[in-house]
Design a protein around this ligand. Structure first.
Ligand code: FAD
Length: 414
């Protein structure tokens, strides 16, 4: 990753990408593969952070296949989720069934996102046009005559300026780039936050329920092989009151919500083992400005509902590469080309956010704020549980999304 070339305090490239998350790493890989000199700046030292989610959906697996990376990718340790089911009070609910998707991998791969990003970084090392700079935090955008012409960053070697024909903001839901560029954000609102912790998992365990819903409590368990990555959904801003009740009260609640976790809840020794992840749903009114384009969460922050944000970010990267890659390579890119990405990707992002808001309003908020003794799943969940067709439809929406992108073949240089 970090190469000696990173010493340069100032450099010029074709595309400069702020943020080495799924959107940034995938776009960097695709552009460099197409022969576009590209620099990705990631503020952290490595990808080893635990806040990113774990789901690689069939749409992304199809992309890995189109890139010829799938077989190597599937050699990394992972779990397969071919259906989603869980508990809603005393009811066993079934939500989505991926078996019948017509795609090479009709399942979700559960893999810590750092493994996925490391994989892209390692595959990208073979591409001479890709530079990934770690420990490089973008602090501002550079402008020439009002046009964005790159970024200013703090790097391992001090402040640097990366000048580029196109600057991409792929720096996530707290994007510095979109803020510094003054792009206007529309807040859709997410009434939830997440407490994120892990609990050991018995090899032989048993209840593979994904969602656990009891009165006032929503817990998601992601199978990471020898442990469960747990996401306890709480009302927005409620973290302090949860903490004020004490760790053992919190763990008791978790044990009542998902009894299969009880034997190892003592793995959570202090609040230091429980991370608060704030959730946002928002979107930019305009994803681009002269010289600049935002994609992924920087353009449309997704909530964890449906676990679809990673895949949407990757689909944005594919569309960006398809629409702008050849123009960048042949140095014909004009600012008027940039809104094409929003025109293509705004609709899937809006539809997905609408589905997340619906799930928030009809399931999460009533459960978290209600005063139920006995709970009954909402009609939609009852219908899904009884209809294989509806479960396939849900799998289509969750697994493949609303507008599937495909990797365009790389054109030989003229
Ligand atoms: C609690 C929670 C759980 C989630 N779980 C899932 C899930 O299981 N599955 C799923 O599909 N989605 C999940 N999501 C949504 C998902 O995390 C995002 O939609 C997805 O990560 C967006 O990818 P991205 O590349 O646009 O941004 P990010 O993944 O946020 O990546 C942005 C990158 O930019 C870097 N960066 C930030 N600022 C700077 C800067 N100034 N300079 C340089 N680098 C910078 C960050 O370090 C990061 O690496 C979850 C979201 C939340 C809040």
């Amino acid at each position: 990753m970090d190469s000696p070339a990173n010493d340069a305090r100032s450099r010029q490239t074709q595309c400069c990408i702020a943020g080495g998350g799924p959107a940034g790493m995938m776009l960097g890989f695709l552009l460099a593969r197409a022969g576009v000199p590209t620099v990705v700046l990631e503020k952290h030292r490595d990808f080893l952070r635990d806040f990113r989610g774990d789901t690689i959906h069939p749409s992304t697996l199809a992309i890995m296949d189109e890139l010829g990376l799938l077989d190597r990718f599937l050699k990394l340790p992972h779990q397969k989720l071919d259906h989603i089911e869980g508990w809603f009070g005393a009811y066993r609910i079934k939500v989505a069934d991926f078996h019948r998707l017509r795609t090479r991998c009709p399942y979700i791969v559960l893999m810590p996102q750092w493994d996925f990003l490391n994989f892209l970084a390692v595959e990208g090392r073979g591409l001479p046009d890709l530079t990934v700079m770690m420990c490089a935090e973008v602090t501002d955008v550079l402008r020439t005559n009002g046009r964005v012409t790159g970024v200013r960053a703090n790097t391992l070697h001090g402040p640097a300026e990366i000048r580029a024909t196109l600057t991409i903001g792929a720096d996530g839901r707290h994007s510095t780039v979109r803020q510094q560029a003054g792009l206007e954000l529309e807040d859709i609102g997410a009434p939830i936050d997440v407490l994120w912790f892990r609990v050991r998992r018995e090899a032989a365990a048993l209840d593979r329920a994904f969602t656990h819903i009891t009165p006032g409590k929503v817990l998601i368990t992601l199978d990471r092989g020898d442990y469960w990555q747990c996401a306890c959904v709480i009302r927005k801003g409620a973290a302090e009151s949860v903490k004020a009740r004490g760790l053992s009260a919190f763990l008791d609640d978790v044990g009542r919500t998902a009894p299969s976790l009880k034997p190892h809840l003592s793995d959570v020794k202090s609040w230091d083992d429980v991370k608060l992840l704030t959730v946002a749903i928002n979107r930019l009114k305009r994803w681009s400005a002269p010289g600049l384009l935002c994609i992924g969460d920087a353009a449309h922050a997704m909530s964890p509902v449906g676990g679809v944000g990673i895949n949407l970010a990757i689909q944005d990267a594919i569309a960006t590469s398809n629409l702008l890659g050849e123009k960048l390579r042949s140095r014909r890119l004009a600012d008027a080309d940039l809104p094409a990405v929003q025109r293509r990707r705004a609709w899937p992002a809006k539809m997905t956010q609408a589905f997340q808001v619906k799930a928030q309003d009809s399931i999460l908020t009533p459960v978290l704020t209600g005063n139920h003794e006995v709970m009954r799943p909402p009609l939609a969940l009852r219908l899904m549980t009884h209809s294989a067709w509806l479960r396939s439809l849900a799998a289509r929406v969750v697994g493949l999304g609303f507008r599937l992108e495909h990797v365009q073949p790389v054109r030989p240089a003229a």
